[in-house]
Write a protein of this length. Structure first.
Lengths: 314, 281
């Protein structure tokens, strides 16, 4: 078993490898290259690395110009800044003409921790998911991050990938194959199906293990591509279950929970849906694990919420 | 260097460009008359004098690029592209109609010859920086021209980009400000103070030249001067008149984006046709 790792580290290493393979890949950063781990690429390819300073909007517009000339830019900042500050240039200059700019938001969510609400992105998926042509990827572990980093270079349009600075246990083996737009069953279970992405995948797997001790069979599906959503798999999985659950380190408005709800609302008969995540509020300073616990996103909280909802249903 | 006959030919083209701008807009529909007309001489000097450009191949990888950052003035660019033959002149009449390739603001994926998507102000200079940096990465020698509105300079991202251009020593980048002193509602100096503009850009590290933006010879000389820069971005501040060429629009903020009546349209066309005739002599 591999150690727990932060997905941003796997990204930094993958970017280096991608840089060796693909001369058209360039990397932009806005004064966070040690945090975002693009420092690895910078040291290897100084002439294809551009630190524009503390100006995220300038960074993404610059990347759009590069992409218009045939380069494949990877833009990096914290998840909150690259989606929040840059929304307008991303919309006009990248999503609208569908230029292949890859936006990578690091240190996402509550697990950003002590820096507090200003830095804790809980709306980044909502912002990016609403943009035509944009895809949204949230890998679960180091192996998936590595593969997603490569896959984005082959994707012809724009993409947003969110990465964490929170040690997360390995979910996949080396032979796993990430495919954009494909969700994957990680654990079978008929009574409850849990859809998760990013850090919450490992949390959901641990919760399912605990639920088994309660006599509840819970399956877990990794939805690492939140857009385009794997609607076929989600509908099929929910159709078999008494309860569908989404678990996300994001607001329940606009993220994975919303995407699954929209998908299932057009399906009949649909399983009842429980959305776990941040319930329309801002984060705050604290340790990552404390914050995850406060918002019911540790395995214990996920398990309790599911048991409670099942009791209401029966 | 430009000869007198070359300047005269460019003046004729600028007069035709203005006539085509007003012609494609027509009466009774809101259009961005003012900023398109103030930019007409600048756009003419770029496309018909300075830029290395093959109208038969608008995606030629080595072409000079023109990024219209003040996106609402794109009719001036549409007129130039049509006059060059990048798309048919007849297509100009489809401006902003449903199904047209000529969108209300520049859309690179709709229109041949359009290099960027703009429309939200303040984003074009950063994009132009990216195009200029791509030339460095790909070892190409093209130049990038970016037209900014003066009102657009209220947007903070312009100044982020301005500092990046200097940091990256983008000698292949030329920015031009259409300094018509009016924004959508009123004077550019309402809301924010832009002057003294030239020293501000110079203090950031740009090579700056100020010209009369309706003096064709001066514009051509300024573009030649900018071509001589090696490792410093160039800024041409072109002092212009909003609505230049149509008497009742000149210097008026009211025609930033507004409809004109049938009568006003006839008068505007008559004035522009007279100017074309005068230039033809």
């Amino acid at each position: 078993m591999r150690d727990s790792t932060e997905t941003r580290f796997a990204y930094g290493e993958a970017l280096l490898e991608l840089g060796k393979r693909r001369p058209e890949v360039v990397v932009l950063d806005a004064d966070l290259y040690r945090s975002t781990r693009t420092v690895v690429f910078r040291d290897a390819f100084p002439h294809r690395f551009f630190d524009v300073g503390i100006s995220e909007a300038d960074m993404v517009s610059t990347a759009a110009g590069m992409a218009a000339c045939g380069l494949i830019p990877y833009c990096n900042s914290f998840a909150m800044f690259i989606t929040g500050i840059c929304y307008m240039p991303i919309r006009t200059q990248i999503a609208y003409p569908s230029l292949p700019v890859k936006l990578v938001g690091s240190s996402y969510g509550l697990t950003q921790g002590p820096d507090g609400a200003s830095h804790q992105s809980l709306e980044d998926i909502a912002l990016m998911r609403g943009l035509p042509n944009m895809i949204v990827v949230s890998p679960a572990d180091d192996i998936e991050t590595r593969q997603a980093t490569f896959a984005l270079a082959d994707w012809p349009g724009p993409a947003y990938m969110r990465l964490g600075r929170y040690p997360t246990p390995p979910v996949f083996d080396a032979d796993y194959q990430f495919v954009i737009g494909k969700a994957k069953w990680l654990r079978e279970g008929k009574e409850v199906v849990v859809f998760a992405s990013g850090h919450t995948v490992a949390k959901a797997l641990a919760a399912a293990e605990a639920l088994a001790q309660d006599g509840v069979e819970a399956g877990v599906v990794n939805v690492s591509t939140i857009k385009p959503l794997d609607e076929a798999l989600i509908k099929e999985a929910a159709a078999q279950a008494a309860l569908a659950v989404t678990v996300e380190e994001h607001s329940i408005i606009g993220g994975l929970g919303s995407a699954v709800a929209e998908c299932l609302a057009e399906t009949r008969p649909a399983a009842p849906l429980l959305r776990l995540g941040v319930r329309d509020c801002f984060g705050e300073s604290g340790l990552a694990d404390e914050l995850m616990e406060k918002h019911g996103l540790q395995p214990k909280g996920i398990r309790a919420s599911i048991i409670q909802r099942l009791a209401l249903l029966s | 260097m430009t000869s007198q006959s070359q300047i005269n030919a460019l003046r004729r083209q600028a007069a035709e460009l203005r006539w085509r701008i007003v012609g494609m807009m027509g009466p009774n529909k809101a259009h961005h008359f003012g900023g398109s007309l103030s930019a007409a001489d600048i756009v003419t000097a770029l496309y018909f004098y300075r830029m290395r450009y093959d109208p038969a191949n608008p995606t030629w990888p080595d072409r000079d690029r023109f990024v219209m950052s003040k996106g609402h003035s794109v009719p001036a660019q549409y007129a130039a592209l049509a006059m060059l033959g990048v798309f048919p002149l007849e297509e100009l009449a489809t401006l902003k109609y449903l199904g047209s390739r000529l969108q209300g603001h520049p859309a690179m994926h709709y229109t041949p010859g359009i290099e960027a998507c703009t429309g939200a102000l303040g984003e074009g200079l950063s994009f132009a920086n990216g195009v200029a940096l791509a030339a460095r990465v790909q070892k190409k020698s093209y130049r990038v021209y970016c037209l900014l509105g003066d009102g657009e300079l209220h947007e903070g991202q312009v100044w982020e980009a301005a500092m990046t251009s200097v940091k990256q020593c983008l000698g292949n980048l030329v920015a031009i400000i259409d300094r018509n002193r009016l924004k959508a509602m009123d004077a550019t100096e309402c809301g924010k103070i832009l002057d003294p503009l030239a020293p501000r850009w110079a203090s950031i590290g740009w090579a700056v030249k100020e010209v009369d933006g309706h003096d064709m010879a001066a514009l051509c000389d300024a573009l030649d001067w900018a071509d001589g820069q090696v490792d410093q971005p160039s800024m041409i501040i072109a002092n212009t008149v909003k609505g230049k060429g149509v008497s009742f629009m000149a210097g008026q903020a009211g025609f930033h984006n507004a409809p004109i009546t049938e009568e006003q349209y006839r008068q505007a066309v008559a004035e522009l046709e007279l100017a074309m005739k005068e230039q033809a002599q």
